[in-house]
Design a protein around this ligand. Structure first.
Ligand code: P5A
Length: 441
């Protein structure tokens, strides 16, 4: 993409309404604009990051055996009356009436809707296990929407729902998601720590939050230092194998959010206890038959008896993750995107647009990078070099290639990593080789 054509309204000034760095940077880098409190429009740069996160989530869900569906944002109130949650959910639920006076709501989560689908279409134990996910906008009328996309009212969530015949099956489904979540966040460059958590309005008796440590996190968290040094489950670990020992390795170490942390009962001595603040990027729940029973999601078991489905639900805050990654990776100049989620991998800066040699070299390189299959933003604008650098640093692309008249006289361009380190002078051949190697072709 050429910068001159991209809708990228960056801001020099720090927006007064933004209290935390990720919110400030998302506004300044032209990623989002507020439509109303806690509700945002996503502009091209923000949208590209959101899509990349979705894709990582999708790939890890698919790898775990979950199947993608798409449920609507608007749900009938009656379903929530069946589960008993319609009144309990209170003011956080946005309630809507249509022209026929039918009561609807904008879904804050989808346990009821998915259970209703299963109740109608699954009747035998042979149809199980099932794990269905979607990536869809949710609405929760939060009392205090704040910190931009971190606590929005409208936000993008990946949510899935597992259905099993018995507890052993449900626990295996829970464990699969536990591992899929570790892998998902790791791929995004985040260290997310699983912590025992309260189940809140979702209910049930087993739950883990996945928490990224950050000073701007909304909750206080406590965990054993050992968890910060844990190794990821091996890439060879098969989802069909017994996952309990792997999950036990993680859950054997103490970790709790402030709701569950009781200092007097904490088994970790002070030297090993990490106390900090955390951002909840995901949460998983096992709640047995809490929804399937009242909603009639029942199957015939192998012995002919009818049994209510054993269920769990699993959520990832996809839009919240955009802010979380920025909280975890930035400096005083702007965002530092990890390669795996960057809106573009490479920025090409033309130091003298309009100069024949510079334009030609940049155009060639821009075409070459695109043909290699890498994403590139080419700053072809007629702007001061300082302004172009400041913009590139703000939007945080992992690599910058600078092309200027002085270097070109010697056939050289400059390669610089956003994450730091020395800039490297390279010949045009060398930079093309670097691109080819990066593309892995
Ligand atoms: C699990 C999936 C659920 O809703 N039902 C379906 C269960 N869980 S949850 O913990 O309440 O939400 C899942 C994740 O969504 C993100 N999240 C938010 N992100 C931005 N703004 C909000 N207001 C918001 N509320 C929840 C969190 O990352 C949470 O872990």
């Amino acid at each position: 993409m050429r910068r001159s054509e991209l809708f990228l309204p960056t801001l020099r000034e720090t927006p007064a309404e933004a209290q935390i760095v990720s919110h400030r940077l998302m506004l300044r880098a032209g990623m989002v604009r507020q439509a109303s409190a806690g509700i945002y429009s996503w502009l091209p740069l923000g949208m590209r990051v959101l899509r990349r996160l979705e894709q990582i989530v999708r790939e890890e869900q698919d790898a775990s055996g979950a199947q993608e569906i798409l449920m609507p944002t608007i749900q009938p109130a009656d379903l929530w009356r069946k589960s008993g949650r319609y009144d309990d959910y209170g003011k956080e639920m946005l309630r809507i009436t249509d022209r026929h006076d039918r009561e609807l709501l904008y879904g804050p989560t989808n346990e009821e809707l998915i259970t209703d689908i299963l109740a109608a279409d699954v009747s035998s134990y042979r149809d199980l296990p099932l794990n269905l996910y979607h990536i869809q906008w949710k609405f929760r009328d939060e009392v205090r929407p704040r910190f931009g996309v971190m606590r929005g009212r409208e936000f993008l969530m990946k949510d899935n729902y597992s259905f099993d015949l018995d507890f052993a099956g449900a626990r295996h489904s829970y464990n699969k998601m536990f591992i899929a979540y570790l892998r998902t966040f790791k791929r995004m460059g985040l260290q997310a720590i699983p912590m025992r958590a309260d189940t809140g309005p979702i209910g049930g008796d087993l739950s883990h939050e996945f928490v990224v440590l950050a000073d701007t996190g909304e909750s206080a968290v406590f965990c054993d230092k050992a968890l910060l040094e844990m190794k990821m489950p091996s890439a060879e670990l098969d989802y069909d194998s017994d996952l309990q020992p792997v999950v036990d390795q993680w859950t054997s170490h103490y970790a709790a959010t402030d709701e569950l942390h009781v200092p007097e009962k904490c088994p970790v001595d002070e030297g090993r206890l990490v106390q900090g603040r955390g951002i909840e990027v995901g949460q998983i729940f096992y709640f047995g038959t809490k929804y399937s029973e009242p909603m009639g999601a029942v199957v015939q078991g192998p012995d002919g008896n009818r049994v209510a489905l054993e269920m769990g639900s699993y959520g990832i805050g996809v839009s919240r993750l955009v802010g979380t990654i920025i909280e975890a990776s930035h400096d005083d100049k702007g965002i530092i995107w990890p390669e795996a989620v960057a809106p573009y991998l490479i920025g090409v800066v033309n130091l003298k647009s309009g100069d024949g040699d510079c334009d030609r070299a940049c155009n060639d390189l821009y075409g070459f990078i695109q043909r290699a299959g890498l994403s590139v933003l080419y700053d072809d604008r007629d702007e001061r070099a300082g302004a172009k650098f400041a913009d590139m640093e703000l939007i945080g692309l992992p690599w910058r290639i600078t092309v200027g008249p002085r270097g070109l006289k010697n056939g050289k361009v400059e390669l610089q990593a956003r994450a730091g380190g020395e800039a490297q002078e390279m010949s045009l051949d060398e930079i093309r080789n670097w691109v080819t190697a990066k593309a892995g072709v």
